[in-house]
Design a protein around this ligand. Structure first.
Ligand code: NAP
Length: 481
């Protein structure tokens, strides 16, 4: 099958980069080129921003109810194409189709439905004085730039797009060049269901060229970025120089903390899910597992057996639990950490090698889920973000020690705590230096709650009212009575 040709979506029309240059989009499970995308430059970004700027008046002229209705229509259209989108997402990322069908696409649909509802019910304040009244107007920022990573492509793009559009902004999105297909489909859908031309634009291409040009563009009033901490530092510095509003959702090295009183089977299942969902490529993955010493051996034996039994292979397989990693280069990086772990004194408790798979997956970027013990919690393997199917496991003796290990990294995105002691759950959750804590669960999501990290895991919060606030500016009007 010849590769699909994906274009930039600018002013409601799909078109190539001005230079005519393209990039190959490779399916990591097979190594096949499945699409070509524009290798966009600053010129293409400027075209997209111009289209977004010229759509601002039309879009902000729509009532809130009309914009919410459009978001609902987008959700309906995504739902009608759920199966097709799940296959595209799996093709681009290597993730199991079943995961995309169960999580990525349904949550993308939910994002549009949720923010349609949120703007329908949003309110602003009024503050009375003895002789005057203040009221608050909430206005869109204007044109916003949305930059998203490859791990949850449509899920994260819609997490930003839905509130940005619902609050009246126009958008230029730059998805990861490795996962362009569902962003292209979203652009077509928004146009098909009646989004005015220029309201939602997508520019494909590389981060340092297309992404950087978007962050630098003087007419882009806000940047919402999700990606690695190193890139976030560049994006943050660039956007701050021109005082663009900024949200940064960055990397993590999240701890799963299991106390001896936890329900053992539930904690094992939870730790396995937290460690290896999406091949360990979720920013929230629990890649450091801290287990209280009395249950350490038992826990690790059970978890290692569970991890060894995980089915790795054909992303379309009905029983597949892990598909391919995002790319061969990324697998090289992850394998480099497995080697480093062994140099640092670690022992492989499960996995650690590539699976042997039949054609067409024999050359895919697959890696068996890997559990490593025997490492110091302060070593590089246990403190740097690997972003792959690798979990290190460490015993601890006291609650204080668990907290100290969990907090001993530069990141502070999320944690999960497993205990049946409610007081301890509360104490530990309060002491953890993270933006989010799950107790006896992981990745349970309510779209109203604040999402984001502390330390090097990011700046700002998204979700519910936090997203509505990010994509708008409040203006106070004071009337003398
Ligand atoms: P990345 O390399 O930082 O890339 C993220 C996005 O930024 C991509 O679209 C990338 O384009 C673009 N980009 C790169 N350089 C840029 C620049 N100078 N200016 C503007 N944009 C630029 O991250 P990734 O490898 O795709 O994703 C993995 C990382 O994302 C992990 O660290 C993970 O923890 C983090 N993440 C965080 C969250 C969260 O909510 N906190 C959620 C998911 C993922 P190219 O792909 O073309 O380089």
């Amino acid at each position: 099958m010849s590769p699909r040709i994906v274009g930039n979506h600018i002013g409601g029309v799909n078109r190539p980069a001005r230079s005519g240059r393209t990039l190959d989009n490779v399916a990591p499970a097979t190594g096949a080129v499945v699409a070509t995308i524009p290798d966009s430059s600053a010129e293409d970004v400027a075209d997209a921003v111009a289209a977004a700027q010229s759509a601002r008046d039309v879009w902000s002229g729509w009532t809130t109810a009309e914009r919410a209705d459009l978001c609902d229509a987008v959700a309906d259209a995504l739902e009608a194409r759920l199966d097709e989108l799940a296959v595209l997402e799996s093709q681009d990322t290597g993730k199991p189709v079943s995961l995309a069908r169960r999580i990525d696409i349904p949550r993308s649909i939910a994002n549009f439905r949720f923010f349609a509802g949120a703007v329908r019910h949003s309110q602003t304040g009024a503050h009375e004085m003895a002789d005057a009244i203040n009221y608050t107007l909430r206005r869109p920022l204007g044109t916003v730039g949305l930059i998203t990573p490859w791990n949850l492509p449509l899920y994260l793009l819609t997490w930003k797009t839905a509130p940005a559009l619902a609050t009246g902004n126009t958008v230029v999105a730059k998805p990861s060049e490795m996962t362009p297909q569902t962003a292209a489909a979203l652009a077509d859908i928004i146009t098909e269901v009646g989004g005015p031309p220029g309201v939602f634009n997508v520019v494909h291409g590389l981060g340092p060229s297309a992404g950087q040009a978007l962050v630098e563009h003087p007419s882009v009033a806000g940047i919402s970025f999700t990606g690695g901490t190193q890139t976030g530092a560049i994006v943050g510095a660039t956007a701050s120089r021109r005082f663009a509003k900024l949200s940064l959702e960055l990397g993590g090295k999240n701890a799963t903390v299991v106390f001896a009183d936890a329900d053992l089977d539930e904690a094992v299942a939870g730790a396995a899910r937290a460690g290896f969902t999406n091949q360990g490529q979720v920013c929230l993955c629990g890649s450091r597992l801290l287990v209280e010493r009395p249950i350490y051996e038992d826990f690790v034996t059970k978890l290692a057996a569970r991890v060894e039994g995980m089915v790795v292979g054909d992303p379309a397989g009905a029983n597949t639990e892990l598909g391919a990693l995002i790319s061969h280069a990324h697998r090289d990086k992850v394998e480099g950490y497995i080697q480093l772990a062994q140099q640092e004194g670690g022992t492989l408790l499960a996995g650690g090698s590539r699976p042997s798979l039949p054609s067409p997956f024999s050359g895919g970027a697959f890696l068996r889920p890997t559990l490593i013990g025997g490492l110091s919690p302060a070593c590089r393997t246990a403190t740097e973000e690997i972003f792959g199917p690798v979990v290190t496991v460490h015993p601890f003796d006291t609650e204080e020690e668990a907290i100290q290990i969990a907090n001993g990294v530069r990141y502070g995105l999320a944690a999960s705590v497993w205990t049946q002691d409610l007081k301890r759950a509360h104490r530990v959750s309060t002491a953890l230096d993270t933006g989010m804590v799950w107790v006896n669960c992981w990745l349970k999501r309510d779209l109203r709650v604040p999402f984001g990290g502390v330390k090097d895991s990011g700046v700002g919060r998204e979700g519910g009212a936090y997203s509505l606030s990010f994509y708008t500016q409040d203006k106070n009007v004071c009337i003398q009575l």
